[in-house]
Design a protein around this ligand. Structure first.
Ligand code: PLP
Length: 356
């Protein structure tokens, strides 16, 4: 069977096998992996190795800090303005889809927000072109969402701006190379391409760290966590351990260039199938279509339940679209194999043939 869930996502079978092996007795310690002290030498080493592998994979420059945080990307929506802005300072946001919309709503609770452009009027089927963004040169930062998980849109590139660029990369993190030095801060929840829920990664340029302002809990201060190697409080130890396994798996597979080539090939097969049938409708403009979350509708929505039911009988699971969008969504994270995509395409051709 294959899970096309938007997250938590499938894990590679090798990673699952390693977890099973390590669970009862971690590194001959006599204790389960779940019982390791986060201040013990072995676990500190695990954190250091995990950071090192991430730095190597993404070529993270020395003047950036890697933070292992909790609360998911959703917590970061509120933590960004609290950590990065002076009181009263505003931030720019691109409203590219449902996740950017949520990030804006949370940020507005803490700071003035200027929406530089929005794709809402077009139903989030295209990304607003950079030339039309109305940026504020005095903004504390400009926030973008590299991949809109619910709308199936992905930024093919990133703009040069006079203010630090901040990116929610939750759903395409480690699925393609990204030039970290172009950003002030990058963040991503782990449960899609970096393992399991509970861990959120923050990669932040050092000069943006500042003492926690009033009202910001120390555990959520980037500066406090940076000064204490993400051990101000107990980090999510299991999720960190799985992140370490995922990073090594990606490195063994051939790194981010290979992950990107696979994502392009998997998504190309699906879009090609969608565009060849009137039975399916994929409204996103071709240039902005996501290589990770392929979202589409059936021309006859009355057939959706049957589509999901029959897909599951064929071992193709969790294809429901985002609740606010409906329709179908196939998430093609790193652990989803090309063979599963071929099976999905075969099923979709068959289904269209029988019901079209
Ligand atoms: N941002 C994007 C792009 C997402 O896809 C998600 C979750 O799917 C989130 C943020 C929220 O992540 P979390 O549920 O870990 O808070």
């Amino acid at each position: 069977p294959c899970s096309f869930a938007a997250g938590p996502a499938m894990l590679p079978r090798e990673v699952l096998a390693q977890i099973r092996e390590d669970l009862p007795d971690w590194h001959g310690s006599g204790f389960s992996l779940l019982e390791q002290s986060f201040t013990g030498t072995a676990f500190k080493q695990l954190m250091a190795d995990t950071e090192q592998d991430l730095r190597a994979l993404l070529a993270i420059p020395h003047n950036y800090r890697v933070l292992f945080m909790q609360g998911g990307a959703s917590a970061q929506f509120g933590l960004l303005p609290l950590n990065l802005l002076e009181p009263g300072q505003s931030a720019d946001y691109l409203e590219s889809g449902l996740w950017a919309h949520k990030a804006i709503g949370e940020a507005r609770r803490h700071a003035p927000v200027n929406v530089v452009a929005s794709g809402a009027a077009g139903g989030f089927t295209a990304l607003p072109p950079v030339a039309g963004w109305r940026c504020n040169p005095y903004a504390g930062y400009c926030h973008i969402t590299s991949n809109e998980t619910g709308n199936g849109l992905q930024m093919p590139g990133f703009p040069e701006l006079p203010v630090p660029l901040v990116a929610d990369t939750t759903s395409d993190f480690l699925t393609r190379p990204i030039a970290v030095e172009r950003f002030g801060l990058i963040y991503a929840s782990a449960q899609k391409n970096l393992g399991v829920a509970g861990l959120c990664l923050v990669i932040v340029r050092e000069d943006l760290l500042r003492p926690p302002r009033r009202g910001l809990p120390s555990a959520f201060s980037y500066q406090v966590q940076a000064m204490q190697q993400s051990r101000f409080n107990t980090p999510p130890t299991f999720a960190l351990y799985v992140a370490g396994l995922m990073l090594r798996w990606i490195i063994r597979q051939g790194g981010l260039t290979l992950m990107a080539a696979r994502a392009r090939e998997k998504s190309r097969r699906l879009y090609e199938c969608l565009d060849s049938h009137d039975f399916y409708r994929c409204p996103q403009v071709a240039a902005d279509r996501s290589t990770i979350n392929v979202c589409f509708q059936l021309e006859n929505p009355g057939l959706l339940d049957d589509f999901f039911h029959q897909a599951a009988r064929n071992g193709l699971h969790d294809l429901q679209g985002h609740s606010a969008v409906g329709g179908v969504r196939a998430s093609l994270y790193n652990a989803v194999e090309m063979a599963a995509v071929e099976r999905l395409v075969h099923f979709m051709n068959d289904f269209a043939h029988h019901h079209g």
